[in-house]
Design a protein. Structure first.
Length: 268
């Protein structure tokens, strides 16, 4: 009898270890609704084969997903570029780092009440994001199309505001607002300069709808590449590395190119 019980206990232990071996890791990742969450769900198909479950938490702002990584309620996030990350860390004393770059979303100028850049009226109201890195990016694009000129030395690494405009021949009124609000305010603006993900959420595509986009041969593609981020110290986590590998796989690259047709550009 004792021998039988011992055999049964041994079998139970073997089965328990086998079950543990099959237990899936779970990664909880914060993301903007589009394109980030959609890209993550495509990567999740590859992770599933490695026994990793990806839980995607969608956000509509650029603050909460970083705070959630900092406090540990998220394992990672995927929504931001490095200049924004650096500014956020400096202003909020957070310790979030990039694992690597995945894609680039061209910043675009979109029509509001005025439908062509050539019809720019004096005193035009142009909406731009009000956070440091994205406002810089918007102002650089307005300079690229000749609407304004910025002070010498302003580049993609700067945190510029409308106070850094040195020449404004058309007396443009720069309207600073939360990035997510710019597409919603187009009916009250002459033009809006919009982040790629918020443009997509509004049904706009930089490849087909923007009146102008950033020069793809410039430094913007690298500077503003969207990155997978974690709290400092977690960069080498095996599940995180597996996620980054999936995000930069040929399968995900094909998915991005087919779905967004130039509005989202793989950087790998």
């Amino acid at each position: 009898m004792k021998k039988t019980i011992a055999i049964i206990l041994t079998l139970v232990l073997i089965l328990s270890f086998a079950a543990c071996g099959k237990k899936k890791d779970t990664l909880k990742v914060g993301a903007s609704i589009t394109p980030h969450a959609e890209i993550l769900r495509e990567a999740a198909k590859l992770l599933e084969k490695e026994g990793i479950t990806l839980e995607v938490v969608e956000y509509t702002d650029y603050v909460q997903p970083n705070l959630a990584v900092e406090d540990g309620s998220l394992d990672a996030n995927y929504f931001q570029h490095t200049p924004y990350l650096n500014t956020f860390n400096a202003e909020n004393n957070t310790h979030i780092v990039s694992v690597g770059a995945v894609h680039y979303e061209p910043f675009g100028i979109y029509a509001g009440r005025v439908k062509a850049l050539s019809d720019l009226p004096d005193g035009a109201k142009i909406g731009v994001p009000n956070d440091g890195s994205n406002e810089t990016r918007a102002l650089l694009l307005l300079q690229q199309v000749g609407f304004i000129k910025l002070k010498d030395g302003i580049d993609a690494s700067s945190n510029a505001t409308k106070l850094d405009i040195s020449e404004n021949p058309h007396n443009i009124e720069i309207v600073e607002m939360e990035a997510a609000q710019v597409p919603k305010a187009l009916s009250d603006l002459d033009f809006g300069v919009i982040n790629g993900n918020y443009a997509l959420q509004a049904g706009l595509n930089a490849g087909t709808d923007a009146l102008a986009v950033e020069d793809p041969s410039g430094s913007g593609a690298q500077t503003y590449a969207n990155v997978l981020c974690v709290k400092e110290g977690n960069e080498k986590n095996e599940a995180v590395q597996a996620l980054f590998k999936a995000l930069t796989s040929p399968e995900v690259k094909e998915f991005i190119n087919n779905k967004w047709q130039g509005a989202v550009v793989p950087i790998f």
